[in-house]
Ligand binder design. Structure first.
Ligand code: 0RA
Length: 646
């Protein structure tokens, strides 16, 4: 079904040209293991794993930058799709490794987890899938070569599927030091070798934000496209970027750094006039999606410091009111980045920081710096408190309203919305929910579906723009309520992804601007309020055809202009009729089933968001102005959808 399935590989023959002493064999087994079970080392052998190969190599250069020896990294995607990463660091050591009796460079390139002596940074990137080592990239590359510039010489070694072709050799002279690694991912391992510019660019941008002053260039020689990232403002620039289309309450982000017991802390934050929260946390440049002790420390200190400040200057007029954690989230955009020597990553995806000592350190540094910032900038302090008092007031009002109307609302009960045509099966794994634009298409979908496992929820017109409303208003919107009830997983504090009634939630809208807009609105809602559904990869986009091409009894559907041309060419040119579908409503139930809903023949796009900050930025831009052509989410943002053949 999915295209990302792991390929199993037969083990390869041992290396020719190497002595068979015990260590060699051990080393060989190391990399053979990587080739046998690539997913264990690189995550998967689909798009994600492929891009991870690039990150792994870049991470090593970033480590060298973190150690203070490198300020420039260049990533190139070659004409054939090979990737080259060059840095101006000290160069990987090349001297003879005393135990292994070969060049340190060779050891680094061919030994699993060859850290230790070769660690060049005390804050190593090593969380989640990061830090598996460049030898893994080498093992999973059809070919690879490395050049090291050190002490005026150029050293070079080439590899085939992880095995050195020759010893490390001196091949020339060069004054400037550095490391250049070039690799071509192995087509025997990866399902498709197509490195996406946008995906690489957003990770490099993130790294440039996180490492102030570091310049990272990306050149795509396949299409002659390039970008260069360098942010003098570091995390302040990151916050500006996230807030690009929002209205901040004060101009410059609050930005501070601190250092205690070897833990480096850097935080930038700003409030905007919106209601949602955009907080991203990093440990050694890795996005800790599940948060952890650093984030807890920040949140605790944030609420405490603002409460303390508000109390001291008597800024809360209402007696007895105090701000709670949820209040301090409203309209908050923040990035917290810590560098920790020995990070412990926990959680399902190993992206939650566990080191307990970090909590207190971040808390103390935040209390200290945020406290003095507010003292020194009273207008900023006043605006923040005003904003959070509003949030607290709304929270209080919502609580009272809930108490008064003790009667069960539609949201609390299991009563399903009237316009939902539910399916008869009940196992969520088997069930699909089609969210359909408009009543007429909804009607066709209801007639065309397989009612055993497909449920239909027609949504009329536009749902509320969730970027511009507080949760209580969002929840009073009928379309949103119907959606929440149909899904059955609650929302906000009651949200529980494990309760969702369908494991495929398919958005089916017209292939026009309005359709794209509705799709973006629904996706934004999922992103802001039911993010787990996206992370669990339950959210899909249906792909209705754009054309029907007919010649006599032969009729075919085309999902793109190119496909239409191809079909027309195959048919004799006379008597071919082409119908362009403007909306789902133009298809009868049978056609809709055949083209868009039948699991045997349809194509679904799966939404997948690996880069939360980038998606956040994108959603806030998309929702900023309605007429933006950029609201054509899919066409322009292919990096968030993955083709899935079902
Ligand atoms: C170990 C020690 C030293 C540098 C490096 C590793 C190093 C590794 C990579 C990987 C990509 N770029 C890199 N740049 C440097 C320092 C050796 C010394 O003392 O000169």
């Amino acid at each position: 079904m999915a295209t990302d399935a792991t390929k199993t590989k037969k083990p390869e023959d041992p290396i020719i040209g190497h002595k068979y002493d015990a260590t060699t064999i051990k080393v060989l087994q190391g990399l053979e293991a990587v080739r046998r079970r690539p997913a264990m080392y690189i995550g998967d052998t689909g798009q994600r794993g492929l891009h991870h190969m690039v990150y792994e190599v870049v991470d090593n250069s970033v480590d060298e930058a973190m150690a203070g020896y490198c300020d420039r990294i260049k990533v190139e995607i070659g004409k054939d799709g090979e990737v080259t990463v060059t840095d101006n660091g000290r160069g990987i050591p090349v001297e003879l490794h005393p135990e292994q009796k070969k060049s340190a460079l060779e050891v680094v390139m061919t030994t699993l987890h060859a850290g230790g002596k070769f660690d060049h940074s005390s804050y190593k990137v090593s969380g989640g899938l990061h830090g598996v080592g460049v030898s893994v990239v080498n093992a999973l590359s059809e070919w690879c070569w490395v050049e090291v510039y050190r002490d005026g010489d150029i050293y070079r070694q080439e590899y085939v599927r992880g095995k050195p072709k020759e010893k490390v050799k001196k091949v020339g002279k060069r004054k400037k030091s550095g490391t250049k690694t070039c690799f071509y991912p192995d087509a025997e391992v990866f399902s498709k070798i197509d490195i996406k510019f946008d995906i690489i660019a957003s990770r490099l941008r993130e790294l440039a934000f996180l490492n102030e002053g570091l310049t990272i260039d990306l050149d795509d020689h396949r299409v002659d496209k390039s970008v260069s990232f360098n942010y003098k403002g570091g995390l302040s620039s990151f916050v500006d970027y996230l807030n690009e289309n929002k209205t901040p309450l004060f101009r410059k982000p609050i930005h501070f750094k601190g250092n205690k017991d070897g833990v480096e802390v850097e935080i930038a934050m700003q409030y905007n006039d919106g209601y949602s929260e955009s907080v991203y946390s990093y440990v050694n440049n890795i996005n800790t999606i599940e948060g952890g002790t650093h984030l807890t420390g920040f949140r605790t200190a944030l609420t405490r410091t603002i409460n303390h400040y508000a109390g001291k200057y008597n800024l809360i007029k209402k007696n007895g009111m105090s701000l709670v954690g949820d209040d301090s989230k409203e309209g908050l955009t923040a990035v917290t980045s810590v560098k920790v020597r020995d990070p412990q990553f926990e959680g399902q995806t190993k992206t939650k920081l566990g080191n307990s000592e970090v909590r207190g350190i971040v808390e103390a540094i935040t209390n200290d710096h945020l406290g003095s910032h507010l003292e020194e900038n009273p207008p900023v302090g006043k605006k923040i408190v005003e904003k959070l008092v509003q949030a607290a007031t709304a929270r209080e009002a919502a609580r009272k309203a809930k108490e008064l109307t003790r009667r069960k609302t539609a949201l609390d009960t299991a009563a399903l919305p009237g316009k939902l045509a539910d399916c008869s099966l009940t196992d969520p794994e088997e069930c699909e929910l089609y969210i359909v634009e408009g009543d007429s298409a909804g009607g066709s979908a209801k007639q065309g579906r397989d009612r055993r496992f497909q449920a239909i929820l027609p949504l009329r017109g536009k749902i509320l723009n969730v970027e511009k409303a507080r949760i209580d208003r969002i929840l009073s919107n009928n379309e949103v309520r119907a959606l929440i009830t149909a899904l059955g997983c609650g929302v906000g504090q009651d949200f529980d992804a494990s309760k969702v009634r369908y494991h495929k939630i398919i958005i089916m809208t017209d292939a026009d601007i309005d359709g794209a807009h509705i799709r973006t609105l629904i996706l934004t809602f999922f992103f802001r309020y039911m993010r787990d559904l996206i992370d669990k990869e339950y959210v899909y986009i249906a792909q209705p055809p754009l054309y029907r091409v007919k010649h006599g009894k032969n009729e075919q559907y085309a999902y793109s202009d190119e496909e239409k041309e191809k079909i027309v060419k195959q048919m004799p040119s006379t008597g071919v009729s082409i119908q362009r579908y403007k909306g789902l409503g133009e298809m009868n139930p049978e056609q809709l089933w055949k083209t868009t809903m039948d699991p045997e023949t349809r194509t679904l796009l799966r939404i997948n968001i690996d880069d939360g900050a980038e998606a956040d930025h994108l959603f806030s831009i998309l929702m900023g102005s309605e007429t933006e052509p950029r609201s054509l989410f899919i066409q322009e943002n292919a990096q968030y959808v993955r083709n899935l053949d079902i």
